[in-house]
Design a protein around this ligand. Structure first.
Ligand SMILES: [Zn+2]
Length: 303
């Protein structure tokens, strides 16, 4: 395949698979949303209990103790919520990465590259999943989000009680906090999915001996100027830096890359094996050629 045909082929196949991955992302989002709702309902119950007591004892009393009581009761639920996020995302990212890695390996082969590759194992996969590409791995981000949510709920309850907010206003504010946290989870799952697709590509390029790639910005209204300015530019794989010239560049970035096949590496060349001239992959090395032949290389020039 020449580079132009390959670009079309690669982009079409990548886009199809990415659509499937993002439908999995939607399913994970829905599953997480359910847990947010049940957590919110529980939180609302706890707050309602405090309001009852609060009305009896009068304003100003025991505010810190009230907040502590609500948080103590809701805390195990919040932990479950974030454990659920962690589990759902770990499975999703692991499956996405593996699937994309093998598909990319296959597609590079269809492009005409001939090479052998190292199959994935669980150790390699665990390493990919735990790589802190954005300064933290996805799991750390999840637990950061938990800390943020706990902080903001505490703050809202304290302030609400101090300001003498009514129950409807208080619960509306808490619902907003839960919603902010849910949105953070969504951005995380989308961003990391795109990152693992790009990482699977990167690792397949390494396996195939690709040395250059083209940055391909998502053609969307919301594509940022930074990504747009990288679009179409060709970089050496050895100089690739995630977040700088290799996607994912920023949260919710939907950019990807196209490998440069390097025409010299594709197709075949003639080589003598035994007494016959046969076509072998252009990537066949001299040592491989020797190994295919029964004779020992005599090195006639003695150098
Ligand atoms: Zn982007």
């Amino acid at each position: 395949m020449n580079q132009t045909d390959f670009n079309t082929y690669w982009e079409k196949r990548t886009a199809l698979r990415t659509t499937a991955y993002f439908s999995n992302v939607d399913n994970v989002s829905k599953a997480i949303h359910k847990v947010y709702i049940s957590n919110y309902n529980q939180l609302q119950k706890e707050v309602a209990l405090i309001y009852k007591k609060y009305l009896k004892t009068g304003k100003g009393a025991y505010k810190a103790a009230y907040v502590k009581q609500i948080m103590t009761n809701i805390d195990p639920n919040l932990t479950k919520l974030f454990l659920k996020q962690n589990k759902e995302m770990e499975v999703l990212f692991g499956n996405t990465y593996q699937n994309e890695f093998y598909n990319a390996i296959f597609d590079l082969g269809r492009g005409g590259l001939q090479y052998s590759f190292t199959p994935l194992n669980s150790k390699a996969l665990a390493k990919v999943l735990a790589y802190p590409w954005s300064g933290a791995d996805f799991s750390e981000r999840i637990w950061d989000n938990r800390a943020k949510l706990v902080r903001s709920l505490k703050q809202n309850i304290t302030q609400g009680l101090v300001q003498g907010q009514g129950f409807p206003e208080m619960t509306r504010n808490l619902a907003k906090r839960m919603d902010v946290s849910y949105k953070q989870a969504n951005v995380l799952v989308r961003t990391e999915t795109q990152y693992f697709v790009n990482q699977a590509h990167y690792d397949s390029y390494v396996e195939a001996g690709i040395d250059k790639y083209q940055f391909s910005a998502a053609m969307e209204k919301q594509t940022c100027p930074e990504c747009a300015s990288l679009d179409g530019r060709i970089f050496l794989l050895k100089n690739a830096v995630v977040g700088v010239n290799y996607p994912t560049i920023h949260p919710d970035c939907r950019c990807d890359t196209i490998p440069e096949l390097g025409q010299s590496r594709t197709g075949t060349k003639s080589a003598k094996i035994g007494d016959e001239w046969v076509e072998v992959p252009k990537t066949m090395t001299f040592d491989e050629w020797i190994a295919k032949n029964e004779f020992a290389y005599l090195n006639p020039l003695g150098i």
